[in-house]
Every structure is written in structure tokens, then in C-alpha cells.
Design a protein around this ligand. Structure first.
Ligand SMILES: Nc1nc2c(ncn2[C@@H]2O[C@H](COP(=O)(O)OP(=O)(O)OP(=O)(O)O)[C@@H](O)[C@H]2O)c(=O)[nH]1
Ligand SMILES: [Mg+2]
Length: 346
């Protein structure tokens, strides 16, 4: 999964990026896009790895991109280059400044920044759709496709993002090549000063976030950066002192997974124990395709043991003998924590 950190100059994107990835990219304005990969912590993988002692243990991964904001006297927004980089991401994470930054004039106004970002994305999508419609009418495109674009245009004109259109009303598989900005799942991070780390999200901002079908998270990047640099035992004490129970990374990943409706299935064996992130409601055959296209093409059946049953039985053998291993066909809906073994023939 790719998550792009975006937002206006000096909002704390690089600080958040360093905290999440454990890297140490220098702060300061502008620069290039930075990439960082993190493992998605999963205690179930730790347990399975302990049981199989495999040659390799592979966690699900998230690749974060730190996309710099635009710098310039009059322009406070996203550059064309940033917009292009945003289109490659699975999820956008908008970092809003809610602390005093001496390099930026004026008090923070995260609500206004959120509106400015939402509007900028909305206009970029609207311009793209209007161009498409102009061309489509000349070229006599399919009437159904035109009606879908008209509906998207009306949605944007009523100041709603495309992600607010329910799946049953729009076939998104036909839209992937456009990379619409307002159709990306959006996670809004309110980056606060140290004094307000444990305060809840202000009502006014929460309402705005809900109105654009996004998810929200509060953190203080500079505090989290300090915590990330500590020994694990000290981290816990420090978090508790602040009135927090989990690090930003843990909260961040859980929110992102929830937003995307992601779950994990597992494959186990002496060679590798591995977590595979998939969208909830994925069928067994498509899930097999995540492992390798041959497994999808030549899919015969899936042998499934739910994680909890596996742990209760203690081994694959015991699970099989006690009827906890189910044989499922291609249309089986894979559940979070399923241990899969795919039978295939190509
Ligand atoms: N007080 C406080 N300062 C912060 C916080 N997060 C970031 N800063 C400071 O704000 C300044 C800018 O932070 P960066 O992370 O470089 O901001 P950025 O969004 O990456 O900026 P660009 O890359 O220029 O778009 C730095 O001096 C940080 O130390 C925070 O949570 N609290
Ligand atoms: Mg930066």
C-alpha cells in the first residue's frame, strides 16, 4: 500500500514521515520526494513465525511518500508536480499545521487549510472531467459512460468529492487511469503543538472531515519524533504520561487499514510465514492472485484454517484431524486471519 503525505509548506510532513518510517530526512522547506517503507506490525505473524521457524518472515508493508509543499510568496498550495505525484498513491494523508511555525507568518488555521486543499483537488478533478466531456460529445462516446461523467461533474459542482459516490453508483474499475484526486481515500492528520497532544479533534474540524468522507487523526509530530527515538520500555511510560496509549504509527496504520477496509490473510510453511493485505470481501481466487498470477489462473481450491482455530489446535495436522481445515472454492470470501493453502494446476 502506498500512502502519500501531502499538505502545505511547513505543515510538518517531513517530521511525520520521519516519525512513521524511523528515517531521518532533514527538515526544512521543499526538496525532493522521499520514500520510506514500514512493516505493518501484526502479533499473529510473530506467533506463526515462532511456530514455524521459517527461513523468512514477511509482514505487510506500507510505502510512505513525503511530498513537499509549494514554496513561494503568493502561492500557497500544491504544485503541479505535487499533484502528479499524488496521483500515484493509494491513500492520501493530508497533514494540517496546528502549531506555531516561526518560518510561517500568522497563526495556524487548519480548518482553512483543509478547505483550501479540498477545493484545490476538487477543481483539478472538475477540469479533467470537463475536458473529457467536451471531447466525448464530439466523439459520440457511449451514452452510459457520458452519464457517469455527468454525474461525477454534478457531484463536484455540489462541492462533494468523488469518493462520496457509493460503489453501486459508479464502476470505478473503468476510472483507474484517470487518477482522480477526490476519489482517493483521505486521511487527515491534525499536527498539533506539544501542549495539545492528547486533546480530542475539535468539533468544527471533525465535522468538515466527515463532510468530505475522510478519516481524521490527531498527533504531535515533534512529540512522536521524540518518542520514536526512545527505548521501547521508556516509550510506554512517556506515552502514558501524555495520556496516550499507542504510538502514532500504530494509530496511523489502524486508521489507514480501516479507511481502506483492508484485512490480512496468511501463508505459512518452513520457507516463509507471510501476511498478505487484501480488501475485505476479496474472493479466494483473487486472493490467490496476490501470491502469484499462476495461482489465480490455475486455481483449484483453497484449504482454509482460521487463525484462532490454528492456534487452538497447535498445528496444521491437528487442525485437519479435528475438522478445522475447510476446503473452499473460488467464490469463498477470505476472512481476516485466514491461513490459506492454495491448490492449483497450470
Ligand atoms: N511545535 C511543533 N513544531 C513542529 C511539529 N511538526 C513539525 N514542526 C516544525 O515545523 C517545521 C517544518 O516541519 P517540516 O516537517 O519540515 O514541514 P514540511 O511539511 O515537511 O514542509 P515542506 O517539506 O517544506 O512542505 C520544522 O521546524 C519542525 O520542527 C509539531 O508537531 N510541533
Ligand atoms: Mg518536507
Amino acid at each position: 500500500m502506498r500512502i502519500g503525505l501531502v499538505g502545505f509548506a511547513g505543515s510538518g510532513k517531513t517530521t511525520v514521515f520521519n516519525t512513521l518510517t524511523g528515517l531521518n530526512v532533514p527538515l526544512g522547506f521543499g526538496g525532493e520526494v522521499h520514500l520510506g517503507t514500514v512493516k505493518v506490525p501484526d502479533a499473529r505473524i510473530d506467533t506463526l513465525s515462532g511456530m514455524f521457524s521459517p527461513k523468512k518472515t514477511t509482514f505487510a508493508e506500507i510505502v510512505f511518500s513525503d511530498i513537499p509543499g509549494e514554496h513561494g510568496a503568493e502561492h500557497k498550495g500544491l504544485s503541479g508536480k505535487a499533484l502528479q505525484q499524488i496521483r500515484d498513491q493509494d491513500v492520501l494523508c493530508l497533514v494540517l499545521r496546528d502549531f506555531d511555525n516561526p518560518a510561517i507568518e500568522g497563526a495556524p488555521n487548519p480548518g482553512a487549510d483543509l478547505d483550501a486543499f479540498a477545493t484545490e483537488c476538487l477543481f483539478a478533478d472538475l477540469a479533467m472531467i470537463e475536458r473529457w466531456l467536451d471531447r466525448a460529445k464530439k466523439e459520440r462516446k457511449d451514452a452510459l459512460e457520458i452519464s457517469h461523467f455527468e454525474m461525477m461533474k454534478a457531484t463536484l459542482e455540489s462541492e462533494k468529492p468523488l469518493r462520496s459516490i457509493p460503489p453501486m453508483m459508479l464502476d470505478r474499475s473503468k476510472l483507474t487511469s484517470y487518477g482522480f484526486l477526490t476519489d482517493r481515500p483521505l486521511l487527515v492528520v491534525l499536527n498539533r503543538s506539544e501542549a495539545h497532544v492528547a486533546d480530542p479533534m475539535p468539533f468544527e474540524i471533525r465535522t468538515r472531515i466527515e463532510s468530505i468522507s475522510a478519516a481524521g487523526l490527531v498527533l504531535s509530530a515533534s512529540v512522536e519524533a521524540e518518542i520514536a527515538a526512545m527505548e521501547p520500555a521508556d516509550q510506554k511510560v512517556f506515552l502514558e504520561d501524555l495520556g496516550l496509549t499507542e504510538s502514532a504509527l500504530t494509530r496511523f496504520i489502524r486508521t489507514a487499514y480501516g479507511l481502506l477496509d483492508l484485512i490480512s490473510f496468511f501463508t505459512v510453511g518452513a520457507d516463509e510465514v507471510r501476511a498478505w493485505p487484501i480488501l475485505r470481501s476479496t474472493k479466494a481466487k483473487q486472493a490467490a492472485g496476490k501470491i502469484h498470477s499462476d495461482l489465480e489462473r490455475g486455481f483449484i481450491r483453497a484449504e482454509v484454517i482460521p487463525y484462532d482455530h490454528f492456534i487452538a489446535c497447535g498445528s496444521e495436522h491437528a487442525a485437519r484431524d479435528t475438522g478445522h481445515l475447510k476446503v473452499e472454492g473460488k467464490d469463498y470470501t477470505v476472512m481476516d486471519g485466514d491461513i490459506l493453502h492454495i491448490r492449483f494446476n497450470v
